[in-house]
Design a protein around this ligand. Structure first.
Ligand code: IMP
Length: 502
């Protein structure tokens, strides 16, 4: 006979935290959100920590190199999506590892024989007004000159005017040579009153641009997640099919941690993939696995050697797995139960395996709930897809509103059949995800700062200065359907025009 759980499975919105005593030292700037990313033995420290408990989802619409750079600079980590050719994924990982804070690979380039029309179009498309002119139009071509908005007047010049007629030519440029430090580059920027300093190699080929504003940015990112060589830390997604080729290529490119991306991680394929990695690299290559939703799933992957375990089936915002296949579990219940098993496993073996709550986070407060329930970090798709740094296009949708594209890995658009592979054909037989839009929300850093301040504030209410303390001391209650209404503004007429400010 089938096994029945006594309780229904629940989502985050069905829970609330209760305040604990807020000691006087419980103020937001004393709260740390540092959290382990990979497993460690009792009394030891994990090989990789996150400074913020956020990871971006292993999805085409979320985690490319741009997202990975932006998130690592804030203290979290991206898992660059694996549903692409190995070489393309490797290239993205390389870009993150080669990213030097303050040294930017130019993404707006033209050739000298192109026209002012091309300049105006490119500026409009990218929003960038500094355009290096290279011999072949590539970001790392021989530098011939630079165009900025100070070099042309749109209303006075013909749109057909060739760039070579109005660019600042190479012989008039101030530039730095490859190998220059950020602080030396910054000194040159100040000395020559520049906004941007191109850095070239011995063959006059463009390597990077250093912008005046980036130097300050760098100083404003104290939580930046760096490896021992001071390079940004990045993860990469893998699957259970082509790991013998993909894993060595990603390791070679410098990926700091891998994660098997699958909608159902309680499988022998995952165990085989982990065995291959551990057999080849020992403990030097870290690999997360998942997703699971119960104790057995956790135990299986823990014994298989996973470095962290992801929890969640069917809760993602773009996910239709539950409707299509009738598989899944309310995300809160899944995290609570898997965390119980993880804690018991730790008691028995002395091995602490971090848990990631993946999918279904709708409000910022859901993140604190997930952490309080035992997750060490969360994985977010919809949240990050809304930002400038995500790969999806930004589109105007009626009125003044912008949206960004956000599509599931199980949608026909992504065609990530490996994620849903049940050992059959190499194709997606039916969709488990949708192609959608999410409201555009601006820069990652600005949004993450607000989210972090909410999380820290809640933790102060709960009297917890760290995630570990929160997990030990949190008190939670289920809410009734009627009391949920009480949680929002109610029984008042909202003043949408802020009349009193006029
Ligand atoms: P979100 O943060 O609620 O948008 O959920 C993101 C998570 O949904 C990802 O990390 C994946 O675990 C999961 N996911 C991604 N694509 C699909 C899909 O097409 N169907 C089902 N789940 C998906």
């Amino acid at each position: 006979m089938a096994f029945y759980f006594n309780e229904p499975s629940r989502t985050f919105s069905e829970y609330l935290l209760l305040p604990n005593l807020t000691r006087k030292e419980c103020v937001p700037n004393k709260v740390t959100l540092k959290t382990p990313l990979v497993k460690f033995n009792r009394g030891e420290v994990p090989a990789i920590y996150l400074n913020l408990p956020f990871t971006s989802a292993i999805m085409q619409a979320v985690s490319d190199d741009k997202m990975a750079i932006a998130l690592a600079r804030c203290g979290g980590i991206s898992f660059v999506y694996g549903s692409q050719f190995i070489e393309d994924q490797v290239e993205m990982v390389r870009k993150v590892k080669n990213h030097k804070a303050g040294f930017v690979l130019s993404d707006s380039n033209l050739k000298a024989d192109q026209t002012l029309r091309d300049v105006v179009k490119l500026t409009k498309d990218t929003g960038h007004s500094t355009i290096p002119i290279t011999e072949n139009g590539y970001p790392t071509g021989k530098l011939m000159g630079i165009v900025t908005s100070r070099d042309y007047r749109v209303n006075k010049y013909s749109m057909d005017l060739k760039i070579e007629e109005f660019m600042t030519p190479f012989h008039s440029l101030i530039y730095g040579k490859e190998g220059i430090s950020l602080s030396e580059a910054n000194d040159m920027i100040w000395e020559h009153k520049l906004n941007c300093l191109p850095i070239i190699d011995d063959n006059q080929k463009l390597c990077y641009l250093v912008f005046r504003k980036d130097y300050t940015d760098h100083q404003e990112n104290p939580l930046e997640l760096l490896d021992v060589h001071k390079r940004l830390v990045t993860g990469a997604g893998i699957n259970t099919r082509d790991y013998e080729e993909r894993v060595p290529a990603l390791v070679e490119a410098g990926a700091d941690v891998l994660c098997i991306d699958s909608s159902d991680g309680f499988s022998e394929w995952q165990s085989e993939t982990i065995s291959y990695i551990k057999g080849k690299y020992g403990d030097s290559v870290k690999v997360g696995a998942g997703n699971v939703v119960d104790r057995e799933g956790f135990h299986y992957l823990a014994e298989a050697g996973a470095d962290f375990i992801k929890v969640g089936v069917g809760g993602g915002s773009i996910c239709i797995t539950r409707e299509q296949k009738g598989i899944g579990r309310g995300q809160a219940t899944a995290v609570i139960e898997v965390a119980k098993e993880r804690n018991e496993y730790y008691e028995k073996t002395g091995i602490y395996i971090p848990l990631c709550s993946d999918g279904g986070i709708v409000h910022d407060y859901h993140m604190v709930l997930a952490l309080a329930m035992g997750a060490d970090f969360v994985m977010l798709g919809r949240y990050f897809a809304r930002f400038d740094e995500s790969p999806g296009r930004k589109i105007k949708s009626g009125g003044m509103n912008y949206v960004k594209e956000y599509w599931g890995e199980g949608s026909d658009r992504a065609r990530n059949w490996q994620r849903y592979d049940m050992g059959g054909d190499d194709k997606l037989s039916f969709e488990e995800g949708v192609d959608s839009y999410v409201p555009y929300a601006g820069k990652l850093k600005d949004n993450v700062e607000i989210t972090v301040s909410k999380i820290k504030s809640t933790m102060c209410n709960c009297g917890a200065l760290s995630i570990q303390e929160l997990q030990k001391t949190a008190k939670m209650t289920l809410v009734s359907a009627t009391s949920i209404r009480e949680g929002g503004a109610h029984d008042v007429i909202l003043n949408k025009d802020n009349e009193y400010e006029k």
